[in-house]
Design a protein around this ligand. Sequence first.
Ligand SMILES: C[S@@+](CC[C@H](N)C(=O)[O-])C[C@H]1O[C@@H](n2cnc3c(N)ncnc32)[C@H](O)[C@@H]1O
Length: 256
Amino acid sequence: MSAAFYDQLAPFYHLLYGDWDASIHDQGAALAKLLIARGVPVGARVLDAACGIGTQTLGLAGEGYVMAASDLSPGGVARLDEEAARRGLAVSSRVDDLRTLAGAADGSLDAVIACDNSIPHLLTDEALLQSFRNCLRVLRAGGLAVFSVRDYAAIPRVHPDVRPYGLRREGTDRFLAVQVWEWDGDQYDVRMYLTREAADGACSTQVMKARYYAVTIDRLLALMAQAGFTDLERLDDVLFQPVLVGRRPGPRTVSR
Ligand SMILES: C[S@@+](CC[C@H](N)C(=O)[O-])C[C@H]1O[C@@H](n2cnc3c(N)ncnc32)[C@H](O)[C@@H]1O
């Protein structure tokens, strides 16, 4: 379900931001600051394991990190490749699943990231634990995992929950994106309604559907600990949503 949702959304994903280029820059700078402070310097090898069209991948590549990027959505990865080429940034990309990270070698990375609430697309604790174990596997000793997620414990459950993104303009077209959340126990379905209005008044709406597990941050941190991460942190002042950090046991830095 996730791959189909993000394939359909890939050409329009930047419209969810008021200014996508500014967000790429700001998120890249914020994540670089976090990494540097924890012993992962510019030039280190980072995998963005839920890259989508590349908001964080492009930002960190711009900061000087050696970026690999993967995602379940082939459409997202294809758009990332175009965006990286357009900016003259080198990114090694592939389609891969967060649960397995089959394309990443053991101990090969200084950091793994998955940002903007990608992790809660894994719908069970077992799937999350499997993913965290594979993040740990691909990190070198002392390497960092960084996840940004919604704080579901702080979100009231409204039925249905209607969340507009605002009106965007591109060329002579106008776009209106609205999310609708429908709760089902600890999970919810998201419908994204994306309406496009052309200058001549021609109008079309696409409806895309995905599902999330409203897993709490306490539960995520417990699962990261169970997977073997240490030095666990919740940081609320890095991105627009909480950031969780864990370290594969080992020294903070490695000499090259
Ligand atoms: C909200 S988007 C964030 C994308 C990107 N991090 C950004 O901020 O632009 C969530 C991403 O998670 C990806 N995703 C969902 N389930 C996945 C899985 N099992 N393996 C890899 N990626 C997955 C989706 O395809 C989507 O690109």
